[in-house]
Design a binder for this molecule. Structure first.
Ligand SMILES: [Fe+2]
Length: 271
């Protein structure tokens, strides 16, 4: 089917059991509202906070996701490695050194259309592992994908706001959309850059907000107060879904609309 515009949903870091609960409870609302042609989600924390294995990925695919991206925590889960080696529907940051399993980008066919979409997963280096350069890695992936489609989405899994904004300006006009992930807090700066690239610094977390970015509050406090390691425990409670919806012109590959959502809204007033 010929399309002028494609509609894409990106769901932010799906964290553990609470994240999956938020998907079950709230994701259908946004599937119905936006009727997207393609759905991407960051699942680096989907399996109890650490990585994503085949069972959880399958649950997400059957809920409506087409592709899952990840980040640094994909390597914390021993089920992730063999899974990454045999799937093209779960990506890991492409700029890890060669020799690691999995794909960092891929070109997909959008179901029921003749449109192709390239998805790239990158990771920042500021306050993170000193892996390969995300800027030059993006250049290489874009060169390859551009021979097949001009619709390109990047999940830049990154700690530092400045690094995300720098990459967005570096690639403005060369890709359709860049979304940031990893901080687990949604930023309020979604916009279309001057040369047509849609951008948001962070999509935010789909998961438990009764937490410190997903971690149980008492564990996080011990880590900060005592400055020694404490066993990771995922939090639960106060679930929300965080995402971004965007529309892309199929001819130009440019973003023509970007809209973020966070549901339910935080309580901001006591009545
Ligand atoms: Fe991360």
């Amino acid at each position: 089917m010929e399309k002028e515009i494609i509609k894409v949903l990106f769901i932010g870091d799906i964290f553990g059991k609470s994240g999956l609960l938020a998907i079950t409870n709230f994701f259908p609302i946004f599937l119905e509202k936006y009727a997207p042609d393609f759905v991407i989600g960051n699942a680096e924390n989907a399996d109890d906070g650490k990585g994503v294995g085949p069972e959880t990925a399958e649950m997400l695919f059957s809920s409506g996701f087409d592709v899952l991206t990840t980040g640094n925590h994909i390597w914390d889960n021993w089920k992730s490695r063999p899974f990454l080696a045999k799937t093209n529907k779960v990506l890991r940051p492409m700029n890890y050194p060669s020799g690691n399993p999995g794909l960092g980008y891929f070109v997909y066919e959008i179901p029921n259309t003749d449109v192709k979409i390239g998805v790239i997963n990158l990771q920042g280096r500021t306050f993170m592992q000193t892996i390969d350069c995300p800027f030059r890695s993006a250049d290489r992936a874009i060169n390859d994908i551009s021979t097949k489609t001009n619709i390109i989405i990047i999940d830049f899994h990154c700690e530092a706001t400045a690094e995300k904004i720098a990459l967005a300006h570096y690639l403005d006009g060369k890709v359709s959309v860049i979304v940031g992930t990893h901080t687990h807090i949604q930023s309020a700066d979604e916009r279309i850059l001057p040369k047509g690239t849609g951008y948001i610094t962070d999509v935010g977390m789909t998961g438990p907000y009764n937490s410190v970015v997903g971690l149980k509050v008492d564990i996080a406090l011990k880590r900060f107060l005592l400055q020694t390691p404490f066993k990771f425990e995922q939090a639960s409670g106060d679930e929300h879904i965080a995402g971004v919806y965007f529309e892309i012109n199929c001819t130009t590959g440019k973003c023509i609309k970007i809209e973020r959502f966070f549901y339910p809204e935080f309580q901001k007033q006591v009545l």
